[in-house]
Design a protein around this ligand. Sequence first.
Ligand code: SF4
Length: 247
Amino acid sequence: MLTSGWKSVSMVDVHGKVTFTLWLCGCNLKCPFCHNWRIAEGFDCFPLDRKALLEELESSAFLVDYFHVTGGEPLMQWQELGTLLAEVKLLNVPVSLNTNLTLVGPLERLLKAGLVDHIATDLKAPPELYGLPEKPSKKLWELFLSGLELVSSYGIPLELRIPVARGLDAWPWVEEGLKHLNTDFYVVLNPLVGRPLTNPRDEVWCSNHCWPEREVEELRERLDGLGIDVHTNHFGDTPAKRVSVSV
Ligand code: SF4
């Protein structure tokens, strides 16, 4: 199993929760804003020392709400992940999985085995945010919608993250996604940011679409209007604002 490492106590990976977070390598998407693209591409990766991980998890289990697996796309290694999660369950630690929800078959296997207690996913507007041509992006979007339905059918609580880009209207996709969701969920708005805070995969794309402004507030107002529990991550001021502060 290829990993880029783990963090035994994290307070930033699942909203309002303390997690023990593991990063797994590989991904089936090419999101242009991805700041974990080196992990997604399999750089900086090494074989997981499962024994060391489980020992460390056991000693920090009393502190954490979830063993949280992220990446990359963890379901790229779903078979080994399934056996790891079965061992984590023996430690009585709830499991949270961050997935792009397009690998629906593997996800169903893990859900059926009762190995996942919480899901986090990004609702990404296709095709722009998938970084792939229109046709495969459309197909992936449909898989994502089936993923939302699957998670709902198992009644798994969901953190629905919405990456917010400058100059792109995510609302039609958000509206469609919400129609496929029938489980306990809350929304986290993630304004896309670039350097120096992150190292995005596509710098040119990011110079056009990172650092949104009114888009975040507009989405928040619409979601609030539907009575949805919404949280916004604040990663910093836009470059323009930071310049004006420094002069
Ligand atoms: S943002 Fe997530 S789904 Fe997209 S390329 Fe990066 S790891 Fe994969």
